[in-house]
Design a protein around this ligand. Structure first.
Ligand SMILES: Nc1nc2c(ncn2[C@@H]2O[C@H](COP(=O)(O)OP(=O)(O)OP(=O)(O)O)[C@@H](O)[C@H]2O)c(=O)[nH]1
Ligand SMILES: [Mg+2]
Length: 384
């Protein structure tokens, strides 16, 4: 890979350490009062919001602008769409949903209580959830009665309508506004749900759309987490700002914002450590991260994005509730939908919270991310 080079040859010697890709930047000077002294929390919290902090020294691994790479990127967006043909990616949920529906309707040609019971069971088995299932079934009965429909095909059409309506409520793609510089996306979620992978996918996508993107390695809990983000950054040719393991996450993100601003970045995506939604101290830490972000730019974060593993089941509900209480969520990403028969959880979340689903993750590669479109999703899971 030839992505990385020294930014400023004049400062080569002075900044030799921090400019070296893969090195931590813990001993760089920055404006936050003595971040090494163990009082980082207080130091950052005490920054008055009106003080414009000086840009820290370059802390970043920055991509080299190579012509051939630029040309390659032009094809990325097309590749993203092509690679992620939704229907092929959602085969497990589709087998558990669309195909089961088909079997039900192949046997039952008449509307009766048995048919409704079978439909209800199928919805529950696909993790649509008790509340959403109840609502769908109620509306289904009303709609059939109102229209005086009596054949099974009409039931399937009415069911499709109900599901589409529920799915539609949360279709609101994320718009990166260029008046916010940088547009800050804070990515949160429980351990292992796919936060870092999603960040890499988003970075690739936004870069392909022509935005200048930077990543902040706000997961400072594990050494591997910082390395994981740097590796993705290197692979995708995207700047990553990181500090050493154990550094204060809020400070890392604060510094990254300052740096992104100084460098005219359009988008800054901040990773955070995975945390159990039941651990209140870790949830409080998230709230603190947002407070610190606001000291840098009171309009930020412009998106607080919760990543949910699509195979989580009913636990997804308590995750959204807890994260939303700690930090007002503005968007969801539901990942790993390629590996689960339980993709119906999306309806459950839509019904329960109505928080926009921005993207869905359908694989491990950086191209396996789809902008969420309700119609496409419902068609994919209901196809037979
Ligand atoms: N099949 C599939 N795997 C995914 C998807 N998204 C992420 N993964 C995998 O899930 C695993 C965990 O992903 P990470 O991105 O490290 O998850 P994380 O939330 O950052 O994890 P922590 O930082 O440990 O909390 C990796 O093996 C990813 O490749 C997806 O959409 N589909
Ligand atoms: Mg991670």
């Amino acid at each position: 890979m030839r992505f990385f080079k020294r930014k400023n040859k004049k400062n080569k010697d002075k900044n030799a350490k921090q400019d070296t890709p893969g090195k931590s930047i813990e001993d760089l000077p920055n404006n936050i009062e003595n971040p090494q002294d163990g009082n980082v929390d207080n130091a950052v919290e005490n920054i008055p919001s009106h003080v414009e902090p000086a840009a820290p020294e370059p802390l970043i691994t920055e991509p080299e602008k190579v012509e051939e790479e630029k040309a390659e990127l032009k094809n990325v967006e097309a590749a993203v769409e092509e690679d992620a043909q939704l229907q092929q990616k959602l085969t497990k949920t589709q087998a558990n949903f669309g195909q089961k529906m088909k079997q039900i309707f192949a046997i039952k040609k008449k509307i009766d209580e048995d048919l409704f019971e079978d439909l209800e069971t199928t919805l529950l088995m696909a993790d649509v959830g008790a509340n959403a299932t109840m609502e769908i079934m109620e509306n289904l009965r009303k709609s059939l009665k109102r229209r005086n429909l009596s054949d099974a095909d009409a039931v399937l059409d009415a069911l499709r309508e109900q599901l589409s309506e529920m799915a539609q409520k949360v279709e609101q793609p994320l718009v990166i506004t260029t008046d916010k510089k940088p547009f800050v996306i804070l990515v949160v979620g429980v351990n292992g749900v796919g936060k870092t992978t999603t960040i890499a996918k988003l970075a690739r996508r936004y870069k392909a759309e022509g935005h200048k993107v930077m990543l902040a390695a706000g997961d400072t809990f594990r050494a591997a987490a910082v390395e994981q983000l740097k590796t993705w950054g290197e692979r995708e040719g995207i700047a990553v700002m990181a500090q050493k393991t154990g550094a204060d996450s809020a400070s890392v993100i604060f510094d990254a914002m300052t740096s992104a601003k100084a460098r005219g970045m359009d988008v800054l995506i901040a990773d955070t450590a995975g945390r159990l939604h039941t651990q209140s101290n870790l949830m409080q830490e998230l709230a603190k991260i947002t407070r610190v972000i606001k000291k840098n730019d009171e309009t930020a974060p412009h998106e607080t994005m919760l990543v949910i593993d699509g195979g989580t089941g009913q636990n997804a509900i308590s995750q959204v509730r807890a994260f939303n209480e700690a930090n007002k969520l503005t968007g969801l990403v539901i990942t790993k939908l390629d590996g689960t028969p339980k993709g119906g959880v999306l309806f459950n979340l839509a019904n329960e919270f109505g928080i926009p689903v921005r993207y869905i993750g359908v694989g491990e590669r950086s191209s396996d991310l789809k902008t969420y479109r309700a119609k496409e999703f419902v068609e994919a899971v209901l196809s037979s």
